[in-house]
Design a protein around this ligand. Structure first.
Ligand SMILES: Nc1nc2c(ncn2[C@@H]2O[C@H](COP(=O)(O)OP(=O)(O)OP(=O)(O)O)[C@@H](O)[C@H]2O)c(=O)[nH]1
Ligand SMILES: [Mg+2]
Length: 454
């Protein structure tokens, strides 16, 4: 402001006049000082007004929809990583526990398979001496699993019981880590430094922290055996595709000094039950101080009835369709193809009158997995007959799904509205950066329009 007071683009303050007397100089300096004070006051008032305006701006509410494992919670992590990096970093400690639980559940699953001859594993595995030694040496991981699940859930026995003595049903819910909305699990599993100094909560948290430290020591002691187990089993466990990342990285992840990387956090699986609310205070300069409210819903069929109560009053819907799932069935109904379910769900969401004024963003997610499947020779046309005769390539398949879903949006929306579509890979922050900027801009423009002109 002070600089802009100068007219004709001349520098401020102007150079002293020639032959200036001491008394003229004192008067000039005083005048300049006063002008600067007034300018600073105006700057200050303007900044306060700007901040007030930001605060009074209605909150931006974003609803994430899509079937289970479509990547909704992963998208929220992406938003946080890009627009609230300090908060994202501060939560890495909490994610460490989830990642450890992911790893330990997969390892325990393999151990269970090896120990159940009746499950038809004999033909798949090598129930030899090496396996038996590994099974014995890794047996403390059952206890580690219980501790980790308990820490995350805040409940005495964890949110879902550890694998019992039945045939494990992976790939399925029995090995998944899940969390109910509103359990504030992140604060439960943060380190000692975050403990509240008062009350019963402190003593519970302190027990959790001690138990977690024990669990981490046991995991560290088991890391070489986990690596050895995975070396033997990696080529045999075709069902463990999405668990491979943490098993491949077991030596690093199980190490006592382990700190999660951004990719680790994006890869961590924590199934949402109910509806989780995330309030994000933007940290980046353009949006600093503005709050965005995200509603992250559980995508499984049994969870979908809870969605409707969040339809009213949201500014934006981000719908995730996992395009790699064309050859898979729903966990909850083996008769239903996942891509068909996703497209049906999209049609239902498009039809909703309650969402008529919201901006629609469609993310065709898991493009990396789709590319890998098509490259491995799995034919899209074998599962989608109307695609017959077309190239089995990501670009073509992606375009086909995009056009199909755009047409559904056009036909079923209660009124004409724009649709923003992106093909995404939510575990790749570099690829996601531009998509996130586009989404932010699209949402900001819509909110501005809704509040200014409507
Ligand atoms: N390879 C790959 N994995 C992804 C991608 N997006 C998400 N994932 C992984 O898929 C898993 C499921 O993602 P989530 O974000 O938990 O899925 P969700 O839609 O929230 O699922 P629910 O909470 O059950 O409704 C996680 O392990 C993610 O890391 C992607 O684009 N590519
Ligand atoms: Mg989720």
């Amino acid at each position: 402001m002070f600089r802009s007071m100068s007219s004709n683009n001349a520098a401020w303050p102007p150079p002293p006049p020639a032959n200036e007397t001491e008394s003229d100089k004192a008067t000039r300096l005083e005048a300049e000082h006063e002008a600067k004070r007034i300018s600073d006051e105006i700057d200050h008032a303007l900044e306060q007004e700007r901040q007030e305006l930001r605060k009074r701006r209605p909150q931006t509410k974003i609803l994430l929809l899509g079937q289970s494992e479509s990547g909704k919670s992963t998208m929220i992590k992406n938003f946080q990583h890009k627009f609230c990096p300090a908060t994202f970093l501060a939560e890495a400690e909490a994610w460490r526990t989830v990642i450890h639980l992911n790893l330990v559940r997969y390892v325990n699953y393999i151990l269970e398979l090896l120990s159940i001859p009746a499950a038809g594993i004999q033909g798949r595995g090598h129930p030899d001496k090496d396996n038996r030694v590994l099974q014995m040496r890794l047996s403390p991981l059952k206890h580690v699993e219980v501790i980790l699940a308990r820490a995350i859930s805040g409940e005495p026995f964890g949110v879902s019981s550890p694998i019992g003595d039945k045939v494990p049903s992976f790939p399925g819910r029995s090995t998944e880590v899940c969390i109910r909305g509103g359990t504030a699990w992140k604060s439960l599993v943060r380190g000692r430094e975050s403990l509240d100094s008062s009350s019963e909560y402190t003593s519970r948290s302190s027990i959790v922290v001690d138990e977690l430290e024990d669990a981490r020591r046991i995991l560290d002691a088991c890391k070489d055996d986990i690596v050895a187990l995975w070396k033997i089993r990696a080529s045999e466990e075709h069902d463990l595709d999405h668990a491979r990342y943490f098993l491949d990285n077991a030596a690093r992840v199980a190490d006592i000094k382990y700190t999660p990387t951004v990719e680790d956090i994006l890869r961590a699986r924590l199934r949402t039950i109910g509806v989780e609310e995330y309030r994000m205070s933007m940290e980046t300069s353009m949006e600093k101080g503005v709050d965005w409210l995200f509603y992250d819903v559980g995508g499984a069929r049994s969870q979908r009835t809870a969605w409707a109560s969040y339809f009213e009053d949201v500014n934006a819907v981000i719908f995730l369709c996992p395009i790699s799932c064309f050859d898979q069935q729903l966990e909850e109904d083996a008769m239903v193809n996942r891509l068909t379910d996703s497209i049906d769900l999209w049609t239902t969401v498009c039809k909703s009158k309650l969402l008529a004024n919201a901006i629609f963003i469609l993310l065709l997610n898991k493009a990396d997995l789709l590319r890998a499947k098509l490259k491995a020779g799995i034919m899209f046309e074998d599962f989608v007959s109307s695609y017959r005769g077309r190239p089995n390539k990501l670009e073509h398949v992606g375009e086909y799904i995009r056009e199909h879903m755009k047409a559904a949006h056009r036909s079923y929306s209660p009124k004409k509205r724009p649709l923003h579509v992106h093909v995404t890979c939510a575990i790749d922050t570099k690829l996601m950066s531009n998509v996130l900027n586009d989404i932010r801009d699209a949402i900001l423009i819509t909110v501005l329009r809704q509040t200014t002109f409507l």
